[in-house]
Design a protein. Sequence first.
Length: 191
Amino acid sequence: MLTKNHYLNLSNAMEDKILDINEKNQQLKIVPYYLKFGLIAVFISIIFSMIIYFVGLEFERKYQYMNSLVPIVLVVLCLVNYKQDNGNRLKGNTGFTMGFLMFLFYGIAIGLFTILYVSVISPDFIEGIKEVTIEQMKTRGLDDEMIATQMRYASFFFSPAWFFIVSVLMNVIMGLIVSGITAAIMKTPQH
């Protein structure tokens, strides 16, 4: 014979299952958000990079740093958009995961674009970076022999593969930091 406690336990178990199902559905829902905003970030960064290239400012660091603000702004927009669409609710771990995955996607896509950029669009880019590096070494007072030695050791760092690796690693690190901070600020307080 079932007692009132049995019914309460059964009701609580069903409620927990429904919450688990809703949590899984919520996790599945983040993919369109981080892909959409990741694609927007990639598109904006590529357009910005091409403008810098055509204007002739591709070796100016300040423009490269400005371009790194694009995914930061778009993670915030992604989480705001998701929170609005989700009844003004955002769990911290969901926000962190979504932001981190957007940065990872962005890093891989921009890394692939960078390979295309230095191989096809601007094959002189790597030589330009080498020249800028040599000029910086000369201003620090290094002689030609020391510069030649350092450039020999640094040759791998001037390759498309290295640019790809750096793009992914830097965006993973930025993603960890920015996503953690943004998710902590934007998460819905627990009741």
